[in-house]
Design a protein around this ligand. Structure first.
Ligand SMILES: [Mg+2]
Length: 185
C-alpha cells in the first residue's frame, strides 16, 4: 500500500466530515481522488495541518474533523500531539500516513524509517485512542467504527506518490468554499 491507496480508502468513507489535508502531494492525491468543498487543502504551512484541525475541532464542536497528515509533517510539529491529546476534543481524528519519507520532495527518508516510532510518541503525548493500521483493507472499517473521541490513527505505507496534477484552485478559493461548506448549514 502506498499513500495514494490509503487516501483512496479514507476518501471512500467520508460523508460530512471536514478534512484538513497535509501540504503537497497528499492534498493533490485527495483532490484527484475525491474533491469536495469540505476538503481543506492546506498550502504553505508544512507541519501545521494537525494544529489547524485542532482549532477547527474546537471551533466546530458539532462537526467531525479529520486531519490527513504525514510522518514528515508531524515530525516538524511534535508539540501539536501533546496539545491535541490534552485538549482532547471529542470530534477529531488525526490520521498520520507514515510512508517513512518526505514524499513531496523526493522520498528522502524521515526518522520513522529508523528509530522513531510515532505510535509510541502519540501514546506518550497522551492520546487515549491509538490505532495502527498496516493493511489497506482495514482502513475503511476502522475509520467507520471510531466513535466520538480524539483518535490517533497511524497508517503505515510504502513510499511513493501518484502522478497527479496540481490543484487548479487558488488558496483563497479553497478557503472560501471550505468555510461556506459548513457555515451555511
Ligand atoms: Mg511521509
Amino acid at each position: 500500500m502506498k499513500r495514494f491507496d490509503a487516501i483512496n480508502r479514507i476518501a471512500e468513507v467520508l460523508t460530512e466530515e471536514l478534512v484538513i489535508c497535509n501540504i503537497g502531494i497528499p492534498s493533490k492525491e485527495l483532490y484527484h481522488l475525491r474533491d469536495r468543498p469540505q476538503n481543506f487543502y492546506m498550502m504553505g504551512s508544512m507541519g501545521l495541518a494537525s494544529s489547524i484541525a485542532l482549532g477547527l475541532a474546537i471551533s466546530q464542536p458539532r462537526k467531525k474533523v479529520w486531519c490527513i497528515d504525514g510522518d514528515g509533517s508531524i515530525l516538524m510539529n511534535l508539540g501539536s500531539l501533546s496539545t491535541i491529546a490534552n485538549v482532547n476534543p471529542s470530534n477529531l481524528i488525526l490520521i498520520v500516513i507514515d510512508n517513512e519519507s518526505y514524499g513531496s520532495t523526493g522520498d528522502q527518508y524521515t526518522h520513522t524509517h529508523n528509530n522513531t516510532n510515532l505510535e509510541i510518541i502519540a501514546e506518550g503525548a497522551g492520546f487515549k485512542s491509538i490505532v495502527k493500521i498496516t493493511k489497506g483493507e482495514k482502513i475503511k472499517n476502522i475509520l467507520r467504527d471510531l466513535g466520538k473521541g480524539c483518535h490517533f490513527v497511524l497508517i503505515k505505507t510504502k513510499p511513493g506518490s501518484a502522478l497527479v496534477n496540481n490543484i487548479p484552485l487558488k488558496p483563497i478559493e479553497i478557503k472560501n468554499r471550505f468555510m461556506q461548506s459548513f457555515t451555511k448549514n
